[in-house]
Design a protein around this ligand. Sequence first.
Ligand code: PLP
Length: 371
Amino acid sequence: MNSHHIQVTVCTKTFANNILQIRQRVSPSQVCVVVKANAYGHGLTKLATTAVEAGANYLGICTNPEAKVIRDLGLQVKLLRLRMALPEELEESIDDLNIEEQIGTMESAVYLSQAGIKRGISIPVHLNIDLGMGRSGFFPNQIEQIEQVCTLPGIKIVGIMTHFPAADGQELNLTKQRLEKFEHLCELLANSLPEDILVHTHNSAATVRLTSKCNHLVRVGAACYGVRTSQAFANPAELKPVMSIKTRIAQVRQVPAGNTIGYDSLFTTKRDSLIASLPVGFGEGYPRSLFNKGIVLIHGHRCPVVGRVSLNITTVDVTDVPEEVKWGEEAVLVGCQAKEEITFEELADRFGSVHTEINLMAGFMNEISYI
Ligand SMILES: *Cc1c(COP(=O)(O)O)cnc(C)c1O
């Protein structure tokens, strides 16, 4: 059955090309393409395969089911877990999924060490260093503990990493200082760490904005999907959005001045208006908080969302569109139409969120067409 009312389209070629652009940019560093959260809503199965074909050295995941999907596709690519694991997750992943884990406490290091000894193997792990994210990791002054971890049997340190909390902020000085501190720590630890260790710090924003002398691997999500996490910087023009969301006009109607529109009657027409109803709402992942803030492209014009976004209906003011607006015509929620474009970033800024939230909801709530 075709979905007539919404088309969420993901272009795998664009995704592959974004990865190639990033690979060229960071070469000879390796690239970990982040596919957690169902590939940021773009669909894990399809994009994991595309990422590997496009030369991803690692895929970044969070959960065991994600890793299982990737392994069931027959992909032997290296997997890096981007958060701390639960003990049960570790038991499963060591035996069946071959995920490289991060360790950021002595407790998790000892646990993995014992799990490795019990199985007679060395489990590959990445040392996580906390430079201000505050979620996990050893602090840079815990050198003795880190050195002790390096001597534990049953694990093999293959990487040392940190994650920047504000690489996408206006102000980059703090991130630069954190990078220097991290590089200094790696020098201090040089004698304890294996020579071929992978040093990695950069997410998308850092990859686009900062160079580093010691990064062997970048962990990129947003950039691969052609989006950026803040307005503070621009993505290079080669990185293009991978997803677009289109719908069609389910009704066009004259509404005289002085009529209210939508739940809670929060919008009143100030003039005789032409209102288009779109057959999508937050049930399709179009954020409810876009109430009186959203913009939709119709005939290549930017038309404002008026009134509350309902579960399955959104109302748009098309009074100012010079041509006749007709039942059944295309309306673009995110993407291009004629010379206009609405980006995920713009829409997210309009209701104070990040692009991922729209990508995620649209991807989870609708069937995706791949082109
Ligand atoms: C999600 C995640 C990334 C990717 O972040 P983007 O901003 O999407 O590039 C990188 N590193 C870690 C540890 C993450 O959790």
